[in-house]
Design a protein around this ligand. Sequence first.
Ligand code: C2E
Ligand code: CA
Ligand code: CA
Ligand code: CA
Length: 279
Amino acid sequence: AKAQGRGEIQPYSRALRTENSRRLTLESHLRRALAQGELFVHYQPKLCLRSGLLSGFEALVRWRHPEYGVIPPDEFIPIAEETGLIVPISDWVMRTAVAQLAGWRDEGLALAPVAVNLSARQFLQSDVIATVAELLQTTSLPPELLELELTESVSMADPERSVVVMEGLGKLGVILSIDDFGTGYSSFAYLKRLPLDKLKIDKSFVQDMGHSAESLAIVQAIVAMAHRLQLAVIAEGGETAEQVAALRKADCDQLQGYFYSKPLSPEDCAAFIRENMAR
Ligand code: C2E
Ligand code: CA
Ligand code: CA
Ligand code: CA
């Protein structure tokens, strides 16, 4: 190993200490954030690549910290996962998203499915089937308006239980998607076993398509395979007209990306629905 000078070690350990203390602070503050109403949800529109119409939303949680301002989920979801706070947080996001759908319905807006991210703990440890069933019953929303996005790593953490939980959710009639598809370690075997409806191609492939023949080939192959398996396919992270054209050419069904829209507040979503959806 190369010897390192003191000057190189010092700033690093100081940065690490700062990083650790920020993390500890966030962890203790996160415990209160839910109770104090600091979490909120934005919704990112999804586009139907064939009709050009709005075809759904993804619910994405944010945290408005009283001192630090808005903290993105990439920074606090991992802390929430480690501490177990992810279970009440995910539960709240799901309830909020379903209540939002019911609110839009009550305003007379055309409805499109809203997708919620399922965390591993929520999926494997909590009674997510009962929660979803209860939410659908109390709001009397059609189950196909709720979509659940699940990463490959979540389903691979406990494949046996995953099959059971997915089947339970599938029976309720909600839409089941594999998120970040292509980035996990999973085998293709589970595509055969799980009652899936949709694959979501990770943005790393979508954003590389323009300069990587391999990424373009992977995107085209995922779409073709998904369709052969009777699954719909959505691309995440499309930002440019070129990417959208390539996705259309590959026969991809939906797009979620900045090209179409960034995540929006519920109020902006209502306006977006009025402008972009056929009734
Ligand atoms: P994800 O589930 O893969 O969500 C998609 C992320 O990609 C979102 O980031 C979205 O804003 C971003 N994105 C969409 N289109 C584009 C684009 O064209 N360009 C770029 N650069 N980014 C785009 P966000 O909202 O920061 O969320 C990050 C991650 O945090 C999510 O990745 C998800 O893993 C996690 N997350 C967010 N909300 C929740 C939640 O309610 N529960 C759980 N368990 N995880 C969540
Ligand atoms: Ca997602
Ligand atoms: Ca299904
Ligand atoms: Ca992703």
